[in-house]
Design a protein around this ligand. Structure first.
Ligand SMILES: Nc1ncnc2c1ncn2[C@@H]1O[C@H](COP(=O)(O)OP(=O)(O)O)[C@@H](O)[C@H]1O
Ligand SMILES: [Mg+2]
Length: 261
């Protein structure tokens, strides 16, 4: 299967085609003030950087540990790995245990169904978290029309640095620098941060700050426990874990702060 990657012109075309839709969404979203819903996404133009892992842990932590109402949208068509993971996790439990847990909903969406799904939940949940594919395809470009705060993970690999800064400027030029758009902030952060490479990461942070690319203060460390235990759709990060400045909970607190600013 070949994946079509959008260039700047094509993104612009999609935005133009959807300008009516966009003002409709903006008006509709504002009129639905039952509850202030934040639409956020950990996203990037690269696979394997931790988007899905962190979107899942974020959703589970907000819902089960912070009592937030959450909707997790799986837009990674056709894999839908989060949706399938939830099905597998539920299949291990009996019905009464599941109803006691009251898990947050996970919905599969396509470029066509995403708007209706968002409108169905808008105003009824605190957070809509969107997991998008790792390339600028039609799902990503359309999905990004609705996202208010974007969080982009990356490491200190040379190629990742280039693709991440390109992605940042694509978002800034097409989605951010326009008053009619929904996007309010783009935030970069280090994932799979290794303490032994602390100096390299600090140097990189300086470079990005010089280039006026906004970096988050918190980092997400490279830890096996994140993928083996914490990445699940039914439980939060254990309560007595993850309290310090360098821990995952600290990162999620910053995500919440940014989303509520
Ligand atoms: N902070 C982390 N520590 C350890 N492993 C991680 C971390 N973040 C992501 N991973 C692992 O990296 C791999 C790719 O992550 P994934 O979330 O699928 O990325 P993406 O959605 O960006 O393609 C997975 O095996 C995942 O468990
Ligand atoms: Mg993914």
């Amino acid at each position: 299967m070949t994946i079509h990657v959008f260039n700047n012109n094509e993104i612009f075309m999609v935005l133009q085609q959807h300008s009516l839709l966009l003002s409709f969404i903006a008006i509709k979203l504002k009129s639905l003030h039952k509850m202030e819903t934040k639409i956020i996404s950990i996203v990037g133009e690269k696979g394997g950087v931790g988007k899905t892992t962190l979107n899942v842990i974020l959703a589970s932590n907000l819902h089960y540990a912070n009592s937030k109402k959450v909707l997790l949208l799986d837009a990674d068509n056709p894999q839908y790995s989060i949706y399938k993971k939830r099905q597998r996790e539920l299949s291990l439990l009996d019905a009464s245990t599941i109803s006691e847990m009251s898990p947050y909903p996970i919905e599969r969406v396509t470029a066509e169904s995403i708007q209706d799904t968002i409108l169905r939940y808008y105003g009824l949940v605190d957070y809509i978290i969107l997991d998008l594919p790792g390339s600028l395809n039609v799902e990503m470009v359309k999905g990004l029309l609705y996202v208010e705060h974007v969080f982009i993970p990356f490491g200190h690999d040379e190629l990742e640095i280039d693709s991440t800064s390109n992605f940042y400027f694509t978002l800034k030029n097409n989605f951010l620098d326009n008053e009619e758009r929904v996007l309010k902030s783009v935030n970069l952060f280090f994932n799979k941060y290794k303490l032994v490479r602390k100096n390299k990461f600090s140097l990189l942070r300086e470079q990005f700050e010089k280039a006026n690319i906004p970096m988050m203060h918190s980092v997400v460390r490279d830890r096996t426990i994140y993928k083996e235990q914490y990445r699940n759709t039914l439980y939060p990060i254990p309560e007595n874990k993850e309290g310090g400045q360098m821990e995952l909970k600290r990162f999620f607190e910053e995500v919440e702060q940014v989303s509520n600013q």
